[in-house]
Design a protein around this ligand. Structure first.
Ligand SMILES: NC(=O)c1ccc[n+]([C@@H]2O[C@H](COP(=O)([O-])OP(=O)(O)OC[C@H]3O[C@@H](n4cnc5c(N)ncnc54)[C@H](O)[C@@H]3O)[C@@H](O)[C@H]2O)c1
Length: 451
């Protein structure tokens, strides 16, 4: 589903007009569909610095059925086939001079990137680099990747993954995600992995087979998309929403063979009730997606206590209370549990009229960061996703001008779809994502807001 402008810009007359007027020319993004190959073309893998991850990357890609080319062919050497992705292993940088290798490899390779291509840079984390020169070179990757993401066109994205020494095992699932159509609207992002015992996914087509997943706010919008994608990936979904949304909720749950639970997550006994239901009916839970959220916008000076309190209660306090209830109850969270909390770009950038909402969504980011070590001890993870402008019923009701500007001010020049948020959450929910913990992943097409 593309928005009207994307459809227009890709039509015969639209292409001519947008070119002549220098208007944004968004393309339809490559999105994941079951059975699709990981990439529509070969990958070239190069290195700058020592590049300790090349063999790991090559093995993961070959295992995924991807053709891996060496950099020799990147500058036009052997064949002119367009590249599906370009991966730069920039681990082991010792100082700024090593970055010349990044330029030498990337410049010719990017010329061969096809539309909806992927650029992924792997590097050591800038923190604890040991010397200012090393820290400078590692931090330089940040600016490099964000700028490449802004230079790419045609629906292509660029992201970076920081891989600390000892966390090499954690790389496979993020590598596959960032190269696949699942990450269509994740652009200009930097993810830091941690060391973990990483189980393999039982099946890359059904990575959540046999899992039980709870999704709050599942009756519509992004929550309904999350429920559908988790179910597609093999999970039994327990779909939660307020009693007033019962009919819509039942429709979503029935369509995916899931279970509907009418529950106001701000009710005093919401946590214990949900725990009781999950333990009694499903023997515990593997995946919890805290998606339910509300807005009650007003400038702070005009905001009454009810608006402030209701937004805090749904968006933040309920996530804290339900997660704590799950941690406290013996056997409620199954081994290897995954919690994914929905934050927002507003929680990173702030937004006029949304002090309550932005505070609650920023709180979610702090919450997952603080809880991550405790979850790691249980071989579990807790992460957040921060959507940018996502095309939903809510955004469809915005005034035309606001909506158009909101959806264009990102590197992909279009709004994301609920499925883009859902795919990111489904990836964080996979068993193989054990090495992603305490992170906030923006799903915003590299929005200029809060960048
Ligand atoms: N749409 C966007 O562009 C966007 C951007 C950033 C973040 N988000 C976040 O994504 C999440 C989903 O957003 P959406 O656009 O699909 O919203 P939506 O309003 O369409 O859906 C939210 C759902 O949550 C449910 N809900 C609200 N209060 C509840 C409660 N007390 N108990 C149980 N369920 C409750 C609602 O009934 C509704 O079904 C929210 O957390 C929102 O803040 C959305």
């Amino acid at each position: 589903m593309a928005d009207w402008y994307t459809t227009f810009a890709n039509s015969g007359v639209g292409t001519t007009i947008t070119k002549q007027l220098g208007l944004p020319r968004p393309v339809e993004l490559r999105r994941y569909e079951p059975g699709q190959p990981l990439l529509p073309g070969p990958v070239v893998v190069g290195s700058a610095g020592q590049g300790r991850l090349r063999d790991t990357v090559t093995a993961v890609l070959r295992d995924a059925g991807v053709t891996v080319q060496s950099p020799v062919t990147a500058d036009g050497g052997t064949d002119g086939e367009k590249l599906g992705a370009v991966v730069l292993d920039a681990t082991g940088l010792t100082g700024p001079a090593d970055l010349a290798g990044a330029h030498d490899f990337l410049a010719p390779a990017l010329e061969r990137l096809r539309s909806s291509g992927r650029v992924l840079v792997l590097a050591d984390p800038p923190a604890a680099a040991g010397s200012p020169a090393r820290a400078a070179a590692r931090q330089a990757v940040d600016g490099l990747v964000r700028s490449i993401a802004k230079e790419l066109r045609g629906g292509s994205t660029a992201n970076a993954v920081f891989v600390p020494e000892g966390a090499e095992e954690s790389l496979a699932a993020p590598l596959r995600f960032f190269l696949s159509g699942r990450s269509a609207y994740v652009d200009g992002q930097l993810l830091t992995l941690s060391a973990a015992d990483v189980p393999a996914n039982p099946d890359e087509e059904k990575p959540l087979a046999g899992k039980v997943a709870v999704v709050t706010g599942a009756a519509r919008g992004i929550g309904a998309a999350i429920a559908e994608v988790l179910s597609r990936d093999g999970a039994h979904v327990v779909a939660v929403d307020v009693p007033a949304a019962g009919e819509q909720l039942a429709r979503v749950a029935n369509a995916i063979g899931g279970t509907a639970v009418a529950l106001d997550i701000t009710a005093e006994d919401a946590g214990p009730r949900l725990v009781q239901q999950l333990v009694a009916r499903h023997g515990g839970v593997d995946v919890v997606v805290h998606n339910a959220g509300i807005t009650r916008d007003k400038l702070l000076v005009n905001m009454d206590a009810a608006r402030w309190n209701s937004v805090m209660a749904v968006n933040l306090q309920a996530q804290l209370d339900i997660t704590q209830a799950l941690l406290d109850a013996e056997g409620a969270l199954k081994p290897g549990a995954r919690i994914v909390c929905v934050s927002s770009q507003s929680g990173i950038a702030g937004n006029r009229g949304q002090t309550n909402y932005a505070a609650s969504k920023a709180g979610v980011i702090g919450m997952v960061r603080a809880w991550a070590p405790e979850f790691a001890e249980r071989d579990a993870t807790i992460n957040a996703v921060a959507p940018g402008f996502i095309v939903t019923e809510m955004t469809a009701k915005m005034p035309f001008g606001t909506r158009e500007i909101g959806s264009r001010i990102n590197s992909l020049q279009q709004g994301g779809l609920p499925v883009d948020v859902a795919e990111t959450i489904a990836w964080l929910s996979q068993p193989a994502s054990a090495g992603v913990n305490g992170q906030t992943v923006r799903v915003c097409g590299q929005s200029l807001l809060g960048a």
